[in-house]
Write a protein that binds this ligand. Structure first.
Ligand code: ADP
Ligand code: MG
Length: 542
């Protein structure tokens, strides 16, 4: 690639490359998992693009080919995928676009040397993993639908070059110049073992060139189509890692086949930990839609956004293979599948919620997202509120609304709650003083979504929810001490004076029996937004 255009890596890529390459570890072989996954993604992408652009049609024998050359010390991974044009090469391989990769880099930098190897094993580091085994990487790519080819080349040290190249057909070759100490990766048998271990579920054939002959190394079985008894846990976990981009084991695995009016197979997972990049930038469900095993898109919105922590595959017989984006939006089949899948996930959560310790693990990761469902899902709102968990002013750990109702005082008419940024801060809020003095429990809600769902829910099992920062949450009926005549007349003169001094900064100054030690507290108007909402609006400049 001498004489090609020189480019610097973005600062982040440079730093990440350094970390990946120097944190040597025993599982270098995962570079192959990353490159094969990219080749499979690119092939999926081209298949989908070809639906609307015939010029990008995928060859019938599309596959991923792994070719080691011991003499030249080269390992080449070839695909018939969508390829990359010049801009895409620079953008995809020269900068870090994904927040997950960036977060990984930050974690890696913080980690102690002995922790680095396992960290790399836990995360996907993507394309850059190639530099663990290669001292130079050339990427020759031709975008499907174009006749130009380009070569991206780098030694992984600060810069890369891009120069014109030739390639007979569309697709990509990743050529690794294998390092002195990485001979294993030039051995076909070793490579085959690695593919079996990490990429068996990839649905495109992966062939390995062995003594001049090509053999297919993966089974490519659509795991989700099999019966329960035919799959072992290791296969499930590996597939989970592939679809979720997580590297732990799932908290829940849901696998079923729907038959009758609607025919589909689903294999879904709820992750055991919260993915780094969770929630941003994508807030839509990314469940993969397959039609008769073929991957179609992960943008079909097969679950509502509040269930976006669920990952996996839905494979249906009820759509044509050449289904287009427009058709996906219009077809009633998807709406029906969505409903069936949503109900199934909710019923799984309800079952698992019976085991508190087990459900806490889920709640710690995805509780805030789950609560969006109380706001969003009119049909299941109350059911969802029943299994939701909350912090409270009188309990350690999580509690539920039902447990709150059991503890509440007979004369208490409402479920009281307070919203704010942090549970620890809420528990020392002066707003709580009067409630504490009367032994009345208050839920402490500190997630952003907590400013929204209580209003939507309104009432739980005939008991209204009330924000104690609003004036109507009154403590009179709990027998607060009456003011003496002297206190009364003091208040009568102080309140108007305070209002006058504060002017338009407040809408009213009122006496309250909610305080014990503090002299004043801010309250929100009964019919307006609560205090936390006012804070949020102010922060967003409204
Ligand atoms: P990720 O796969 O998670 O996006 P990677 O670092 O593995 O991150 O790859 C970065 C990007 O480079 C991919 O998103 C893709 O756009 C592009 N890319 C990598 N390998 C290929 C390939 N074989 N064919 C086409 N595009 C590729
Ligand atoms: Mg990748």
């Amino acid at each position: 690639a001498a004489g090609g255009e020189q480019h610097e890596f973005s600062a982040e890529v440079g730093r990440l490359l350094d970390l990946v390459v120097h944190a040597l570890y025993s599982e270098r072989e995962i570079f192959l998992r990353e490159l094969v996954a990219n080749a499979a993604d690119a092939t999926d992408k081209r298949r989908f693009e070809a639906l609307t652009d015939g010029a990008r049609a995928l060859p019938d024998d599309a596959k991923i080919r792994i070719n080691p050359d011991k003499e030249a010390r080269l390992l080449t991974i070839t695909d018939d995928g969508a390829g990359m044009d010049k801009d895409e090469l620079a953008r995809n391989l020269g900068t870090i676009a994904r927040s997950g990769t960036r977060a990984f880099g930050e974690e890696l930098q913080k980690a102690k040397p002995e922790e680095k190897p396992s960290l790399i094993g836990q995360f996907g580091v993507g394309f850059y993993a190639a530099f663990m085994v290669a001292d130079r990487v050339d990427v020759i790519s031709r975008r499907a639908g174009s006749d130009e080819a380009w070569c991206w080349s780098s030694t992984g040290k600060g810069n890369y070059t891009i120069s014109p190249a030739t390639r007979e057909k569309a697709g990509t070759d990743i050529i690794l110049h294998i390092k002195e100490d990485a001979d294993d990766f030039l051995d076909s048998w070793q490579l085959e073992t690695i593919v079996r271990k990490w990429a068996d579920h990839i649905s495109w054939p992966i062939s390995i060139v062995k003594e001049g002959e090509e053999t297919t190394a993966n089974k490519g079985t659509a795991l989700w189509r099999k019966g329960r008894g035919e799959i072992d846990e290791e296969q499930l976990n590996e597939f989970y890692r592939h679809v979720s981009h997580n590297f732990d084991t799932p908290w829940a695995t849901l696998h079923w086949h729907a038959e009758g009016t609607l025919e589909f197979s689903a294999l879904l997972f709820i992750p055991g930990s919260k993915p780094f990049e969770f929630g941003e930038p994508v807030r839509e469900s990314q469940i993969r839609l397959h039609v008769r095993r073929m991957f179609i898109t992960d943008e079909a919105g097969l679950l509502p956004p509040w269930l976006r922590f669920v990952t996996g595959v839905v494979d249906t017989e009820d759509l044509p293979l050449n289904v287009s984006r427009e058709m996906l939006q219009a077809t009633p089949v998807l709406a029906r599948i969505r409903k069936a899948v949503t109900n199934r996930v909710i019923s799984e959560l309800k079952t698992r919620a019976k085991d508190e310790a087990d459900f806490d693990r889920f709640w710690d990761n995805f509780g805030p997202t789950f609560k969006e469902g109380i706001w969003d899902d009119a049909e299941h709102r109350t059911e969802l509120a029943t299994i939701a968990r909350f912090r409270s002013s009188t309990q350690d750990g999580w509690t539920t609304l039902d447990a709150y109702l059991e503890r509440k005082k007979p004369e208490q008419e409402a479920i009281y709650y307070l919203t704010g940024d942090r549970a620890e801060m809420l528990s020392s809020s002066p707003q709580l003083e009067g409630f504490r003095a009367h032994g009345i429990e208050v839920l402490l809600l500190s997630d952003a979504v907590d400013s929204f769902w209580p209003d939507r829910l309104g009432v739980y099992k005939d008991t209204p929810l009330r924000n104690i920062s609003q004036f109507h949450a009154d403590l009179e009926k709990f027998g607060a001490a009456e003011e003496t005549a002297e206190e009364k007349s003091d208040l009568e003169s102080v309140l108007p004076a305070l209002k006058e001094a504060l002017g338009d900064a407040v809408s009213a100054v009122k006496a309250t029996n909610r305080l014990v030690d503090s002299a004043v507290v801010l309250g929100a108007a009964e019919n307006g937004p609560d205090l936390q909402m006012i804070r949020l609006m102010r922060r967003s400049g409204q």
